[in-house]
Write a protein that binds this ligand. Structure first.
Ligand code: NAD
Length: 317
């Protein structure tokens, strides 16, 4: 059974035709944050058509739906990613039940097969290319200072960041440059593999809180928050900062990521992507609740300042 979002329905229908007699049906209702009611609707199609394999064609939202189905049915998943989010390489599923986003880590949701086809990424609009690429790099940045990092993951993280920092500006100017697209997809695979291999820290916690509490767009939120969290953690992670600086060819990584996002045409401010100013204080409280491990101490007032700067679009400090 083929899964897509409504926006990628036509691609899903074409894939169904190519699958010939293997194709038993499609569900084109995947949406952000994997709401349980959407999963239930998709599951009824799975049962109705007696599907024996899920083919997820799309970004993290579609792959998330495939994972939610796999968790409940044990079906195999074949993923064909068309963004740089990296979910296809992880055993992580974030889903929303009664308005609350929860994260499940389970081998049962790790896709069995992934096919990367660069041609399918050529249609990604510049804005989504940029934000999705920044989202990918956020996985690798946090992998560089993860508590359970290891030398191989650090190499993959640095390489993923290096290729994405070079490819993204090219792609925003020339979206159908297939050589840069290929580099970006390679970088996204590396970054997604890092996300699947080691634990994430403060950056992912903040983005999780903001996405859940204010329904902010996933990738754009990552792009805005990332420079601020690198600056926050910097004093505690000199080795990671040195690796980052080398990978991106800049001495001040937080500033470089801040400038890059703007060079790519992304907004620097959470207020521009739908966060209310009144949300800063409650968000700081939520970040403090069941906080993830982080290399620097997570202090409420300092987190509030980070959120206020990100809300306003100020440079990282
Ligand atoms: P998305 O999947 O929501 O896609 C955004 C939009 O872009 C959709 O309308 C989609 O149809 C469209 N789109 C995708 N590829 C396209 C293409 N090539 N051309 C044109 N349009 C295209 O966005 P995303 O950023 O990939 O995924 C975000 C979701 O993934 C979030 O819910 C996030 O929590 C989840 N995620 C999960 C993990 C994990 O490991 N569990 C990792 C990363 C992201």
């Amino acid at each position: 059974m083929v899964l897509t979002t409504p926006q990628q329905r036509q691609d899903g229908e074409e894939l169904g035709i190519r699958l010939g007699s293997c194709f038993v049906g499609a569900f084109h209702g995947a949406t952000m944050h994997t709401p349980e009611e959407v999963t239930e609707r998709a599951l009824s199609v799975v049962r109705d058509r007696r599907a024996d394999c899920i083919v997820s064609l799309g970004g993290g939202s579609t792959i998330g739906l495939g994972k939610a189905i796999a968790l409940r049915t044990g079906l195999d998943q074949l993923c064909i990613p068309t963004t740089y989010a990296g979910s296809e390489m992880t055993a992580i599923l974030g889903e929303t039940r009664r308005g609350i986003k929860t994260t499940v880590r389970d081998r049962a949701v790790l896709p069995e097969t992934v096919i990367y086809d660069v041609n399918l990424t050529a249609s990604l609009p510049p804005g989504l290319t940029a934000s999705s690429g920044m989202n990918a790099m956020a996985h690798a940045v946090e992998a560089l200072y993860a508590r359970d990092r290891n030398p191989v993951v650090s190499l993959m993280a640095a390489e993923g960041i290096r290729v994405l920092v070079a490819a993204l500006p090219v792609l925003v100017a020339e979206p159908d440059n297939l050589s840069a697209r290929s580099d970006a997809l390679y970088g996204a695979w590396l970054c997604g593999s890092c996300l699947g291999a080691v634990g994430m820290a403060l950056h992912h916690k903040i983005c999780h809180v903001l996405g859940g509490a204010f329904n902010l767009p996933h990738a754009e939120t990552h792009a805005i928050v990332l420079p601020h969290v690198i600056a926050y953690n910097a004093p505690a992670i000199p080795d990671a900062i040195e690796r980052l600086a080398k990978a991106i060819g800049a001495s001040d990584p937080p500033r470089r990521f801040f400038d890059l996002a703007q060079q790519l045409g992304l907004s620097a401010a959470l207020k521009d992507v739908g966060m209310p100013e009144a949300g800063i204080e409650p968000a700081a409280d939520l970040v403090m609740q069941s906080s993830y491990w982080n290399p620097a101490p997570v202090e409420r007032d300092a987190i509030r300042d980070v959120l206020a700067r990100a809300w306003n679009g100020d440079p990282p400090q």
